[in-house]
Design a binder for this molecule. Structure first.
Ligand code: PMV
Length: 323
């Protein structure tokens, strides 16, 4: 085989962000928007990348130089590292041409870096006929992300690999698929790109200043996640919504909320959402609201009126797959 196409879904955090970095569980959903990666073996010793969605065209470098620190365009750092780690781990090598195509903007916080990392490693494993279990794929993808970004729980990688809705504990210590049918979500984008590593560090600093206080908040977030899990499984949207509001309050206490996020969250609540909260690191990106089907349109309009961009998102979708 010389050529392959793989796709992996984006994600949205539903409950438990930030606390998950400190060992508490979170709940994440894969979303319908996917990242597509096409990989072709070539006869030369060059890695060629076309990633027009992140403004990278005709990027080339020698395969031999993959381990060296050079200036790599921001949009393809994860891809470079994924290829390097795969070659190193499985002792294989070849020239490659890689093209990526995203069904979502890298600005939304849907996890373009994690889905590109997962899809690349999965594609390489197929091309080089190396059978990888999901957990092996996760471990190599997680190593890649930590090498590039330094921080992160890996929840986004789990969503890209397993798909569906997952209860997740950092580093993949627990990855439990939750059987939940048609979760009625409305998603609003703030128009501001969040800087996740910055916000994770900001929370770490707060924890340093007030260790027991912040640990207390994390453990309350942990309780929220456990309660949310029960109510999601029961399909009790009223209570799940209430728990979203509780989780939002705790995130506000951690200092990662913004006025823009709040504007969209309150707009959704006032238009009748069961609950609403920021999703991911905070500071921008998206908010999510749990809604009844009847009110969906009204809530989407309220979010737009408050200055947000309504994004049509299908939760609970399939994980990484060959196309
Ligand atoms: O900003 P996002 O969508 O990548 O979410 C970050 C979630 C954190 O819990 C803050 C960090 C992490 O890696 O779990």
């Amino acid at each position: 085989m010389k050529k392959i196409e793989v796709s992996a879904p984006g994600k949205l955090m539903l409950f438990g962000e930030h606390a998950v970095v400190y060992g508490y569980p979170c709940i994440v959903t894969a979303v319908g928007q996917r990242m597509r990666v096409r990989i072709e073996k070539t006869e030369n010793d060059i890695l060629e990348i076309e990633a027009p969605d992140v403004g990278v065209r005709n990027y080339t470098r020698k395969i031999k130089s993959l381990g060296e620190k050079t200036d790599i365009p921001k949009g393809v750092v994860f891809l470079n590292m994924a290829v390097k780690n795969f070659f190193e781990k499985y002792k294989v090598e070849s020239g490659l041409k890689i093209e990526t195509k995203s069904e979502f903007s890298a600005e939304f916080g849907f996890g373009s870096s994690s889905s590109v990392t997962v899809a690349t490693i999965k594609g390489l494993s197929e091309l080089f006929k190396i059978k990888l279990k999901n957990k092996q794929l996760f471990d190599l993808a997680y190593k890649t992300v930590l090498e590039v970004q330094g921080v992160g729980s890996g929840f986004d990688l789990a969503a890209a690999i397993w798909g569906g809705i997952l209860l997740f504990v950092a580093g993949g210590r627990k990855i439990i698929p939750l059987k939940i049918k048609n979760l009625p979500l409305v998603v609003g984008y703030t128009g501001v790109k969040a800087d996740t590593p910055f916000l994770v560090r900001k929370v770490a600093q707060l924890r340093q200043s007030y260790p027991s206080l912040v640990e207390g908040i994390f453990s309350y977030i942990g309780f929220t996640v456990e309660e949310a899990k029960k109510n999601l499984l029961k399909g009790d949207w009223q209570k799940t919504g209430q728990l979203m509001n509780l989780n939002q309050g705790l995130l506000e206490a951690l200092g990662v909320n913004t006025k823009r996020l709040s504007d969209l969250i309150f707009a959704a609540l006032e238009a009748g959402a069961y609950g609403a909260k920021l999703s991911g690191a905070g500071g921008g990106d998206c908010m999510v609201a749990l809604v009844s089907q009847k009110e969906r349109k009204k809530i989407a309009q309220a979010i737009e009126k408050a200055g947000g961009k309504y994004l049509e998102v299908k939760p609970n979708t399939e994980g990484v797959r060959l196309e």
